[in-house]
Write a protein that binds this ligand. Structure first.
Ligand code: HSE
Length: 402
């Protein structure tokens, strides 16, 4: 039996989906007992040199009105027209799979509702962690648990850049350009380096954990652009790595979600996650800590997750699993990042007033790269600001410690 699909967007991931379906055709047939074939590819461009070039159309209506196409794989990126095409496909009774975290993070609650109303599915395994199985395990395998916290390195581009800068001494610009050539970065890499891509991914994980979809633009989000070589040297002297960490937890009935560069102590497995790899540590009330690890970006890893969603839909065509329900978050659902309690690393010029520094709460100090750094006990940002105000010392940088 032949299942026919359409691909929307023939960029890095879209072309990867066609390659995975073709290259692993035998494995797929063996695993699901059916053949999955690409019938149409929507893109603005033509691809005369691609073996799939003859399948290209520039008209979405051709896909929408084709009764043979039961599954649409959306890899266009951006909110529009990706959201509009997704909505139209679901309303036309076609299931949709996607790697587009922007659409899932902004419109996931609505699209899941539309899918349920039309008896079809909206799946997005590839939207977080690239090729890492994380969405399905959270929905299925952790469903007997209450999720307590999620901490993740969720952006392959920034992790690649940080690893190249810290371990090989590559400049930020060269490391970013390399990540772009390797197909890791977003079309506009500001979303990677300013943290918005990780913010979209953590709100998806927060929705899976707590059932409410936060607006990624409303969470506390800081990227890696302000990090310096001195920050990295200080972290190393304290036995830590520097990683862009996305965090979520439920605190006093509200949902906290943050993205920020953090010091990660060597005893935390996330400290070893390097290059384009992502790592996600989920802490749940019955199972304890579970770690998910793998390539977080790149053509074939991400495409393999998109194809897994297609195969899930084909496999469960006669017995659709329970619908996922997310509510859009309201203002009252957002916890204040300033109440999030962690240790902090304060980093001062080594000419800073020693008496002032000695008066600050500290569990450990280190000197590196012309800086004096101290690690505080766990406290909130509100407490940090109050202590620094009263003390008068002015850190050159303040980073959270995971
Ligand atoms: N730009 C993203 C990243 C792609 O680097 O993680 C995968 O979502």
């Amino acid at each position: 039996m032949m299942i026919q699909i359409a691909i929307l967007g023939f960029g890095v991931v879209g072309s990867g989906v066609a390659e995975v379906l073709e290259g692993n055709r035998r494995v797929i047939e063996k695993n699901i007992g059916k053949t999955v074939a690409v019938k149409r590819i929507l893109d603005l461009r033509d691809f005369p040199d691609s073996p799939f070039g003859s399948l290209v159309t520039h008209d979405f209506e051709e896909i929408l009105s084709d009764p043979d196409i039961s599954i649409v794989a959306e890899m266009m990126g951006g909110s529009h027209p990706a959201y509009d095409f997704t909505k139209a496909a679901l309303e036309a009774g076609k299931s949709v799979v996607t790697s587009n975290k922007e659409v899932v993070a902004n419109f996931g609650a609505e699209l899941l509702k539309i899918a349920a109303a039309h008896g079809v599915r909206y799946l997005f395994e590839a939207s977080v962690g690239g090729g890492i199985p994380i969405i399905r395990p959270m929905i299925n395998d952790l469903s007997a648990n209450e999720i307590l916290t999620v901490n993740g390195i969720l952006n392959g581009t920034t992790n690649y850049i940080l690893t190249q800068m810290i371990e090989s001494g590559t400049s930020f610009a060269d490391a970013l350009s390399d990540a772009q050539k390797k197909g890791y970065a977003e079309a506009n890499p500001a979303a990677d380096v300013e943290g918005l891509d990780a913010a979209r991914k953590i709100v998806i994980l927060a929705a899976l954990s707590f059932g409410k979809l936060l607006d990624p633009k409303k969470i506390a989000c800081e990227g890696i652009t302000k990090l310096t070589g001195e920050d990295a040297a200080v972290a190393k002297a304290l036995g830590c790595s520097v990683k862009l960490i996305a965090h979520t937890e439920k605190a006093n009935g509200k949902i906290l979600a943050t993205v920020a560069p953090c010091l990660v102590p060597a005893c935390n497995p996330l400290s070893e996650v390097a290059d384009v790899f992502n790592g996600i540590l989920v802490n749940a009330n019955m199972v304890g800590e579970v770690m998910f690890y793998g390539k977080g970006a790149g053509k074939l890893p991400t495409a393999s997750a998109v194809v897994a969603d297609i195969l899930d839909i084909v496999t469960h065509a006669d017995k659709k699993p329970r619908d996922l329900v997310w509510e859009p978050a309201c203002e009252n659902d957002y916890a204040d990042e300033a109440d999030y309690r962690t240790a902090f690393c304060f980093s001062f010029a080594n000419t800073a007033n020693a008496a002032q520094l000695a008066a600050l709460p500290s569990v450990r100090t280190a000197k590196a790269a012309g800086r004096v750094a101290l690690l505080t006990p766990p406290m909130t940002r509100k407490e940090v600001d109050a202590i620094l105000d009263a003390n008068g010392a002015k850190p050159l940088s303040i980073l959270r410690v995971l």
